[in-house]
Design a protein around this ligand. Structure first.
Ligand code: SAM
Length: 270
């Protein structure tokens, strides 16, 4: 079978995700667990688990969790971290988000963190998540979002539109397997259209250091130079909306910028 862009990108860089601060220690891990109010008898599925950090965060609070991903190298990292931490209630499964290999109504919760912007068909993923949830089950999502009026109240409509397009180009340049980060408003509509009732919604600002961010995807020097140019803060760089959204600044010998993570929890009806 031909490997997809996602499998090539993440397969080659899997180990960096196991230790990445943003992934292993991000504040959205504990927040999403708290917002989901897990119960000890719950059985869940973590979609696009990467090195398994979301599954590891849920593990002490639930009975069992399947950590799934399309990239085998990532699942190997997840198994190693679960084993190292003594999380014996985590198992792994090779699975594509848009076509989950599980029967209808299997899980009490389905979670997915920092991955949906890679999916080829986000609506198919949400529909699959709803299908495999039991009635009354919980859908819990974290993803980077594109700018909209909620995340960036200072930007007018045109600036938001431009910033959204350029932000996704910026991400795609660093990681060709990036698809598109939806806005919070788009997520709300998608989740509601799938018949889920939203019970909680938050967003957090995530501070990113440029150096580790490009190293995690092993960007070459030319790509690093183009990404650096996109963060140019001079007023005539033609990317005003992007700079207003990412707010690049010098800090501790690196350039830092801000991303927005949306946390959304929703319930399937009984
Ligand atoms: C940034 S990493 C995951 C982060 C992880 N969930 C966490 O919280 O640390 C993104 C993951 O999405 C997986 N992925 C991308 N597209 C996928 C798809 N269509 N189905 C399943 N997994 C996918 C990649 O293999 C990769 O492991």
């Amino acid at each position: 079978m031909t490997r997809s862009l996602v499998q090539n990108q993440f397969g080659a860089n899997a180990a960096a995700y196991a230790t990445s601060d943003v992934h292993a220690r991000g504040e959205s891990l504990a927040m999403l667990v708290a917002m989901s109010a897990p119960r000890p008898e719950w059985v869940g599925l973590d979609v696009a688990t990467g090195a398994g950090h979301m599954a590891l965060a849920f593990s002490p609070h639930v009975a069992h969790i399947i950590a799934s991903d399309i990239t085998e190298e990532m699942l190997a990292e997840a198994r190693a971290l679960a084993h190292k931490g003594g999380h014996s209630n985590i198992e792994t499964s090779l699975a594509r988000a848009e076509r989950l290999p599980f029967p209808d109504q299997t899980f009490d919760f389905v979670c997915c963190r920092l991955a949906a912007h890679h999916f080829l068909d986000v609506a198919a993923f949400v529909s699959e998540a709803v299908r495999v949830l039991k009635p009354g089950g919980t859908f819990a999502l974290v993803d980077n979002v594109s700018p909209d009026a909620t995340t960036s109240p200072g930007l007018d409509r045109d600036a938001l539109r431009t910033a959204g397009i350029v932000y996704n180009q910026f991400e795609k340049l660093r990681d060709p397997s990036h698809g598109r980060a939806l806005t919070m408003a788009e997520w709300v509509e998608l989740v509601a259209d799938a018949g889920l009732e939203i019970t909680g919604r938050e967003f957090v600002v995530k501070e990113m250091a440029f150096g580790p961010w490009v190293q995690r995807m092993a960007c070459d020097a030319a790509t690093v130079a183009r990404l650096t140019a996109m963060l140019d803060r001079s007023p005539d760089n033609g990317r005003g909306g992007l700079v207003a959204f990412l707010m690049p600044r010098d800090h501790a010998g690196d350039v830092w910028f801000s991303l927005r993570e949306m946390l959304l929890v929703a319930r399937k009806s009984n």
